[in-house]
Design a binder for this molecule. Structure first.
Ligand code: GLA
Length: 536
């Protein structure tokens, strides 16, 4: 129930509610001596039962493998969670890299090609977590797992600014998202100003100093994302890179850019036919320009799937690390479900180094710059969105106002096991394994440690029982089943697992096949309680 109360406020300096409630809260009232009216804080919102990532034990999140090119700048902020103070120790770094324990960032330039198993220990008063992070140095070793980060478009549209980008990066730190692995901070359309007579692009007045912004992000262990378009203009009618590709790539490298989203808009004025050669040409040109710089720049191709881009985006003269597979996403069930569920046939084209991109997440406060609002997806649709993107090995690029992150969205974005599935180093995206007339679907992807990640989806408007049959999953015998959103082991099951799934909702499971042993009447039917204590 909403009602108004009158309060007299003198010197209200700090808003007392935790940041996670801010999206639902009324705006803080100004410091003033006059009588003002404020709404009462809403009751704790109700949302589906998904676990919070607030365990005190230490943990290394994110991927177990990261790549770099020898001789080029490498920045990796260790994504670690657990009760403070946390102590990280990093041993066996390849020559050229150092770890700064104060900032938690590994940086430097790897000297030689090769794979190094780096030992990472995270400690606090609750325990010790040990993990190996493989640092792979070589040519074309970027995006060995799908990029994770934030992009300005879905919330700010073309009204992005230096201030908003810094606020997003600070919020990534404050909310614990950076500690879960979100590390690319990307400016989308709307940063461009004019070109100098020599053809050098100038940012507009909202970006006083791009190099300083890049340095600021790097100092915090973030990576810097930039946007351009191959035509004369971008989709937002700002200047594109047409005939300035080399100069632009050089400029981005001088700013410290680590990720480039290359769009399509206005190139159709140049490419009148859409043959594969014509569709590929602008991406070949920008690839060559990027190769002339001395930076590792993740290459994000954004032409909405034309010409079955997934079949050619990875060819060496293009070297796309991710490619949009569809038109722009919106925060509606129709958009998210139509985009997400069409990816089964595309799975075989993606893998370490190159990913299908079903577009950025539409979770949290979005708005494309007009007027921001909480996503229009229902909570169950949001669970489906995140579940499906993790199963698809999709880039996890947030598109919301991170300064207004509510608790439910924070839980959706920070579940370390969901992120672990997305970032699994085997890099095999899920495919559809079963579908039924009632609108239910079962999807699965194999993981590097032998488990299977399984999504039970209900696309209908009624609650349904969704059944995962082992025969559709290529499994036999007994499997332990873990519920990933609730973060608990459910038990051991034979041949089949069924669960009720709400309308437009999803369950995300981890199945671990059990070794088959000679039948014995005394075998227990449940796994040891700590079977999946480590989850990820
Ligand atoms: C296209 C892209 C979007 C965004 C806008 C910017 O529509 O698909 O993701 O980058 O351009 O104008």
């Amino acid at each position: 129930m909403r009602f108004l109360i009158s309060v007299l406020l003198l010197g209200l300096l700090a808003w007392p509610w935790p940041v996670v409630h801010a999206a639902r809260a009324v705006r803080p009232v100004k410091t003033t001596a006059v009588e003002v009216r404020a709404e009462e804080p809403p009751a704790e919102p109700s949302y589906p039962d998904i676990a919070a990532n607030d365990e005190p034990t230490p943990r290394l999140n994110g991927p177990r493998v990261v790549g770099t090119t020898p001789g080029r700048e490498f920045i990796y902020r260790l994504p670690v969670t657990g009760a403070a103070p946390l102590t990280c120790t990093v041993t066996n770094l390849p020559p050229g890299l150092t770890f700064d324990a104060a900032t938690g960032v590994i940086r430097g330039r790897v000297e030689k090609e090769g794979t190094t198993p780096v030992a990472i220990t995270v400690r606090n008063r609750y325990g010790t977590a040990r993990a190996t992070l493989r640092i792979v140095a070589g040519r074309n070793k970027l995006a060995l797992t799908p990029p994770m980060g934030w992009n300005s478009w879905n919330v700010w549209g073309t009204q992005v600014s230096d201030e908003k980008v810094r606020a997003a990066a600070e919020a990534l730190e404050r909310t614990g998202l950076a500690a879960c692995g979100y590390r690319y901070v990307c400016i989308d359309d709307g940063w461009q100003g004019r070109r100098t007579p020599e053809g050098v692009m100038q940012p507009n007045e909202r970006f006083p100093d791009m190099k300083a912004l890049g340095d600021w992000l790097h100092a915090r262990g973030f990576l810097f994302g930039m946007y351009t378009s191959p035509g004369p203009f971008t989709c937002g009618r700002y200047l594109g890179s047409w005939r300035h590709e080399e100069a632009d790539a050089r400029l981005y490298a001088s700013w410290g850019v680590d990720y480039l989203k290359h769009d399509w808009c206005s190139y159709e004025g140049i490419a009148r036919q859409k043959t594969p050669e014509v569709l590929q040409q602008p991406y070949i040109v920008m690839r060559a320009a990027l190769d002339k710089t001395d930076r590792d720049i993740v290459y994000a191709i954004c032409q909405y799937g034309m010409g079955e881009v997934w079949t050619w985006a990875r060819q060496p003269n293009i070297g796309g690390n991710l490619w949009r597979t569809t038109g722009d996403i919106e925060d509606t069930w129709q958009s998210v479900s139509e985009i997400g569920f069409r990816h089964s046939p595309l799975a075989r084209f993606a893998g370490p180094g190159g990913w299908n991109d079903p577009d950025m997440l539409v979770l949290g406060v979005v708005g494309w710059g007009e007027k921001t609002r909480p996503t229009r997806l229902t909570p169950d649709e949001q669970i489906t969105h995140m579940t499906l993107w993790a199963l698809l090995a999709a880039p996890l690029i947030l598109g919301c106002d991170l300064t207004r992150l509510d608790e439910f969205t924070r839980r959706l974005l920070t579940n370390p096991e969901v992120i672990g599935i997305d970032q699994d180093e085997l890099g095999v995206p899920a495919t559809r394994r079963d579908t039924a007339q009632d609108g239910t679907e079962v999807w699965a992807r194999p993981l590097a440690d032998g488990r299977l990640a399984v999504g039970l989806f209900n696309r209908s408007n009624d609650t349904q029982t969704v059944t995962a049959n082992w025969r559709d999953l290529g499994l036999r015998g007994r499997c332990t089943v873990r519920d990933v959103w609730q973060r608990r082991d459910v038990g051991t099951f034979d041949q089949v697992f069924a669960a009720l799934v709400p309308p437009h909702g999803a369950r995300l499971l981890l199945l671990r096949p059990q070794p088959t042993a000679p039948r014995s009447p005394r075998r227990t039917a449940t796994p040891p309680a700590n079977q999946h204590g480590n989850g990820n």
